[in-house]
Design a protein around this ligand. Structure first.
Ligand code: GTP
Length: 288
């Protein structure tokens, strides 16, 4: 199964990102800390090419901290600096400028040795929908949105946001759409709110979520829904959850759509605790 959303948007977004890449020193790639692999655009390497990059694992407050640390180590092994942040609360943001400076040290040292005037690092944020791009930009911007008309090589004025003295951000982020062939990735995107439920079958998303919980966080199933395990016949578990949460139709039958909605919403809103759906092993399998 290949699901490709908005193929027209995809091509347009890609063109826009490619165009703006010329203006910046570094790309700040925002991924969802709950799905650091599934929330990346699969073409990202190809689109960004040799441009230096900083990866931010956003919504770290909603993810499993141990796994976030494992993912940071994983990116490091690939030669990529990754940081955990919470754009909403403004946590972890102070180190972004420092990390960007370190990544670009050689380039800026070379510029200096050629007698060029020191300037701020220019960056752009890219990421899939709903990953927190606007939240991060607003957090970093405070009130420092500045119009700079004279960016060399562009006719259209770009809006740059000053983040302290040392960093300038393009005010509009690049949107890179997710795309997947593996339905599992789709379920993870749906469970984290990156794609609408309507793209996939809601009951399938809920079943995936329940099975995932049973395998990796069984105690939380028990806590929230009073389930000790997910029965082979998953419908039995739906019956229990639906009955417990009052998702009944006239006649007392459990309403499976309503129950699915509750399960998906609970997972998405962290009612079952912070969790991470992607595992390092899955990344390693992909790169084989
Ligand atoms: N818990 C938590 N929520 C966050 C965080 N960052 C963003 N959010 C929430 O995630 C939702 C989406 O954030 P946006 O900033 O609109 O995401 P975006 O990437 O700009 O989305 P698009 O405009 O669809 O491309 C909002 O409800 C934010 O409040 C975070 O670090 N933690």
């Amino acid at each position: 199964m290949t699901i490709q959303w908005f193929p027209g948007h995809m091509a347009k977004a890609r063109r826009q990102v490619t165009e703006k890449l010329k203006l910046v020193d570094i790309v700040i790639e925002l991924v969802d800390a709950r799905i650091p692999l599934s929330s990346r655009n699969p073409m990202i390497e190809e689109i960004i090419g040799q441009k230096p990059r900083l990866v931010l694992l956003n919504k770290a407050d909603m993810a499993d901290t141990n796994r976030t640390n494992q993912w940071i180590a994983y990116f490091k092994e690939q030669g990529i600096t990754a940081l955990a942040v919470n754009a909403q609360a403004g946590k972890g943001l102070q180190v972004i400028v420092q990390a960007a400076k370190e990544i670009l040290k050689d380039k800026f040292d070379r510029m200096k040795s050629r007698g060029m005037r020191p300037r701020a690092i220019r960056a752009m944020i890219v990421g899939i929908p709903n990953v927190g791009k606007s939240t991060l930009i607003n957090r970093l911007a405070k009130k420092n949105i500045a119009k700079t008309g004279n960016t060399p090589g562009v006719t259209k004025a770009q809006q740059w946001i000053k983040v302290g003295k040392e960093l300038e951000l393009l005010d509009t982020p690049g949107i890179l759409w997710p795309k997947f062939e593996d339905p599992k990735v789709g379920y993870k995107l749906a469970l984290t709110g990156a794609i609408k439920d309507t793209i996939l079958n809601l009951q399938d998303i809920a079943v995936y979520g329940l099975r995932f919980l049973a395998e990796h966080y069984p105690e939380r199933l028990e806590e929230r829904y009073g389930l000790e395990e997910i029965s082979e016949e998953v419908v039995d578990s739906f019956d229990k959850i639906g009955a417990k949460r009052g998702c009944l139709m006239a006649g007392g039958e459990v309403n499976y759509d309503k129950t699915s909605e509750i399960i998906v919403r609970d997972i998405r809103n962290v009612q079952l605790g912070p969790m991470t759906f992607d595992f390092i092993g899955e990344a390693e399998k992909d790169s084989e």
